[in-house]
Write a protein that binds this ligand. Structure first.
Ligand SMILES: [Cu+2]
Length: 347
C-alpha cells in the first residue's frame, strides 16, 4: 500500500477513511492499467498478424463464439459493479455522521474558511480537532460554491450557498495538514487555504479548556445556551416563542425537521439550510398564515450566532425526551407575556 501511495504521489493517510479509499483507488488503477496494457498488446498483435501482405488482399473476417463474448462482457460488467458496490458502501459510511461526533460549523466565503466551535469560539483558516475522535463538519457557503478538501484525510465535499452539508472524519495522526478549496471560486481561489491541526486527545482537552477570553470571544457552555442568549439579545423572542405558542411568527418548538407549508403553497422541510435562509432572506420562504414582517438578519448576525440559533431550534424538537433519554431544560421565556397577543388581528 505504501509503495502504491508513493508511486501515485498520494500523501500519507491521516484518517480512518484513508486505507479503504486508497485500497479501492489502487484496485481500480491496477485493473484499468492491466486492461489497457492487454488491449494495447492485442491491438499490436493483430496489426502484425493480420497485416496486408498482398496488394488486393481482402480483410479477414474474424468471429468470436457467443460464449466468449458473454464471458468478456459479463466479466467487465462484474468488475464495474464490484467497484460500485465497494465505493457505494464507502460513500454511505462517509455520508452518515455518527451521533457522538463533535460538531464544528464551517463557513466558506471568498476567500477564507471560518470555523465555529460548540463553545462559541470562532477561528479563521485554522481548524483544530482531536485525533482518535469523530468530528462532524456542518458546512455552508456565504457566497459561491466552494469545496472543502483535506487530501490527507481523503475528505472532500462541495460547500454550497443556501445549503448545509455535513461530512465527518476521524483523524488518526496528530499533525498539521493543508485544507484546500477545490472549486474555482474567483480570483482569490488559490489563496483560499487553511490549516487543519490535529492534536492528541489530551492536548486537545487542554486547548479546549483555555478560555477564548484573550480573543474577546464569549465562551458559552454550549451552543444551545449561546443560542438562547442570542435569541434574547437579538429580540427573536419578541416574535417567536420557544414553548409551542403561536405568536407574531411561528414557534421554535418542534420546528426543526418539521414540514412547513409556505404562503405560495410549497412545502419545505425545516432543516439547517431552511432555518438559515429564514434568517437571511425571510421573504424568500414566507410561512403560510403569517405576515412577512420579519426583518432580515443578513450581515447583523455573526456566523457563530447563526450556528447557535440553529442549534437552539434543533434542541427544541417536539419530542426530544424519549430519544435523548434526558429531559430538556425548560427554555420558555417570559418576555412574551407583556407583548400583545396578535397585533394583526384574526386572519
Ligand atoms: Cu473557494
Amino acid at each position: 500500500m505504501e509503495t502504491l501511495r508513493a508511486l501515485l504521489y498520494l500523501p500519507a493517510g491521516a484518517s480512518t477513511f484513508a486505507d479503504g479509499i486508497d485500497a479501492l483507488h489502487a484496485f481500480v488503477i491496477t485493473v484499468t492499467m492491466l486492461m489497457a496494457t492487454l488491449a494495447f498488446g492485442a491491438a499490436a498483435w493483430f496489426t502484425v498478424r493480420h497485416r496486408r501482405r498482398r496488394a488486393r488482399q481482402l480483410t479477414e473476417r474474424l468471429t468470436a463464439s457467443l460464449r466468449r463474448e458473454i464471458v468478456i462482457i459479463g466479466g467487465i460488467l462484474a468488475m464495474f459493479l464490484l467497484w460500485w458496490v465497494i465505493g457505494y458502501r464507502q460513500y454511505l459510511r462517509m455520508m452518515e455522521p455518527p451521533a457522538d461526533a463533535e460538531i464544528v460549523y464551517v463557513y466558506a466565503k471568498q476567500w477564507m474558511w471560518t470555523f465555529s466551535y460548540g463553545d462559541g469560539r470562532e477561528t479563521n483558516d485554522l481548524l483544530t480537532v482531536p485525533s482518535g475522535r469523530r468530528v462532524k463538519l456542518v458546512m455552508t457557503s456565504r457566497d459561491v460554491i466552494h469545496s472543502f478538501f483535506v487530501p490527507e484525510l481523503r475528505v472532500k465535499h462541495d460547500v454550497l450557498p443556501g445549503r448545509w452539508v455535513t461530512v465527518w472524519f476521524e483523524a488518526t495522526q496528530p499533525g498539521v495538514y493543508p485544507i484546500w478549496c477545490t472549486e474555482y471560486c474567483g480570483v482569490g481561489h488559490s489563496q483560499m487555504r487553511a490549516r487543519l491541526v490535529v492534536l492528541h486527545a489530551d492536548d486537545y482537552a487542554r486547548w479546549k479548556s483555555q478560555a477564548g477570553g484573550d480573543a474577546g470571544v464569549a465562551v458559552a457552555s454550549d451552543l444551545v445556551a449561546l443560542g438562547r442568549e442570542v435569541a434574547l439579545k437579538r429580540a427573536c423572542v419578541a416574535c417567536h416563542t420557544l414553548d409551542g405558542q403561536r405568536h407574531v411568527g411561528p414557534t421554535f418548538r418542534g420546528l426543526f425537521g418539521s414540514t412547513q407549508t409556505l404562503a405560495d403553497g410549497r412545502r419545505v422541510i425545516a432543516d439547517e439550510a431552511y432555518l438559515t435562509r429564514s434568517m437571511m432572506e425571510p421573504n424568500a420562504d414566507v410561512v403560510a398564515g403569517y405576515r412577512s414582517v420579519m426583518p432580515t438578519y443578513q450581515g447583523t448576525l455573526t456566523n457563530g450566532e447563526v450556528a447557535a440559533l440553529v442549534e437552539l431550534i434543533r434542541s427544541l424538537r417536539a419530542a426530544p425526551a424519549e430519544r435523548e433519554g434526558v429531559a430538556l431544560p425548560d427554555l420558555s421565556i417570559d418576555v412574551l407575556d407583556a407583548a400583545p397577543q396578535d397585533p394583526w388581528g384574526p386572519r
